[in-house]
Design a protein around this ligand. Structure first.
Ligand code: PLP
Length: 375
């Protein structure tokens, strides 16, 4: 059986978790959390990175830091994971969904302006498959209307747009280190903060509304409750697991990239025969091989293909149910304009096995079975 995902594991995780325990600091903000934060800051160039308990929580923090009020509107794609919307819905904000581009599956930047109203406060681009949205245009629109930008870069660690790391271009960027992502700590994420003047508020929010981070740096002699907050910091044992991967991130990305390129090479003939479509990566984007997908003709063909591959012991998955058609989406949000591609493309997409350590012969086998299906 070739599974769709295997959680990343490098072999150093046990050593580092042991180190965290031996350091007698297994709660948040220990040595490994600091290593991970520093690594993210160096790798991306962001002013500040704070490890969090999930990408969902990082996005919630961004919504809180923006002080969104009930009725405020946030423009985002409907083709995304629920957390993108949920983090804002928790603040009473209204997700306003705009259609995606069929080539990258990202928010269509040409449809954003039409979705702007008096109540719009933010744009939330989701960098699907680690391929960047058209950020120059999005940042231009944000500037023109005075909107914040929160990047859902859950899938975008180690990917860039015109040389800028995903997650660093908006006011806030959100990473995920869930076990299905390129680098993992089981459950976890990070909040990237672009402007240094927002760092202190973020630290307070993450540490139960206290100035404990300042206290640890010796900047105040006792820590106090200074604002509303919650607990968004992960245990240092989880950070230790993550560190084992971040320190060899280049090798992990290169391994995934080899398999990604191999899938593409093997499936290109089917794409040229117009039997399937393959992912498009715009020239200005460097992606991270987070995902390899193909698009079948329609829902029916995809269903048959999934069954065919399952019979060959290959696990493939699809996603997302467009948020605007889901019960909570109908209740909390609305779609701006026409759904030309969101539903149609979401019914065609199929994700192939992709994880660190997936073997070349497994990729070749998957590609062969797909070709067999189309013969
Ligand atoms: C994985 C994912 C999330 C959620 O990440 P968690 O760390 O599980 O909270 C949010 N948005 C997108 C696009 C994702 O792929």
């Amino acid at each position: 059986m070739i599974g769709f995902n295997v959680a990343p594991f490098t072999g150093k995780e046990f050593d580092y978790i042991r180190e965290a325990i031996e350091a007698e600091h297994i709660c948040g903000d220990g040595i490994f959390t600091k290593k991970c934060n520093d690594w993210i800051e160096k790798q991306t160039g962001t002013a500040k990175a704070l490890l969090t308990t999930s990408c969902t929580h990082a996005t919630e923090m961004a919504a809180l830091l923006l002080e969104l009020q009930p009725g405020d509107e946030v423009i985002m794609p409907s083709y995304t994971f629920v957390s993108t919307a949920d983090a804002f819905v928790l603040r009473g904000a209204v997700p306003v969904f705009a259609d995606i581009r069929p080539d990258t599956m990202n928010l269509d930047e040409t449809l954003i302006e039409a979705a702007v109203t008096e109540r719009t406060r933010a744009i939330v681009p989701v960098h699907y498959a680690g391929v960047s949205c058209e950020m120059d245009r999005i940042l231009e629109i944000a500037e023109k209307y005075g909107l914040a930008v929160v990047e859902d870069a859950a899938q975008g660690v180690c990917a860039s747009y015109k040389g800028r790391a995903l997650g660093t271009m908006g006011d806030y960027g959100c990473f995920s280190f869930h076990e299905t992502k390129n680098f993992s700590m089981g459950e976890g994420g990070a909040l990237l903060i672009r402007d240094p003047e927002h760092v202190e508020d973020a630290e307070i929010l993450r540490e139960k509304g206290t100035d404990r981070s300042k206290f640890f740096r010796g900047q105040v002699d006792k820590y106090r409750w200074v604002n509303h907050g919650s607990s968004y910091l992960p245990s240092d044992m989880n950070a230790a697991y993550l560190w084992a991967q971040l320190e060899m991130a280049d090798a992990i990305t290169a391994d995934r990239m080899r398999n990604w390129e191999l899938y593409r090479e093997m499936l290109q003939p089917l794409a040229l025969q117009e039997k399937i479509e393959l992912p498009m990566v715009p020239e200005e984007c460097i992606h991270n091989a987070h995902m390899f997908y193909l698009k079948a003709a329609d829902l029916e063909e995809r269903t048959e293909l999934i069954a065919y591959l399952k019979a060959a012991e290959i696990q493939t998955v699809f996603h997302y149910v467009p948020l605007h058609t889901a019960p909570a989406g109908l209740k909390f949000g609305r779609f701006s304009g026409e759904d030309r591609y969101t539903t149609r493309e979401s019914e065609r997409i199929l994700r192939l096995p992709m994880y660190y350590g997936l073997k070349e012969e497994q990729v070749l086998y998957v590609a062969e079975k797909i070709k067999e299906f189309y013969r």
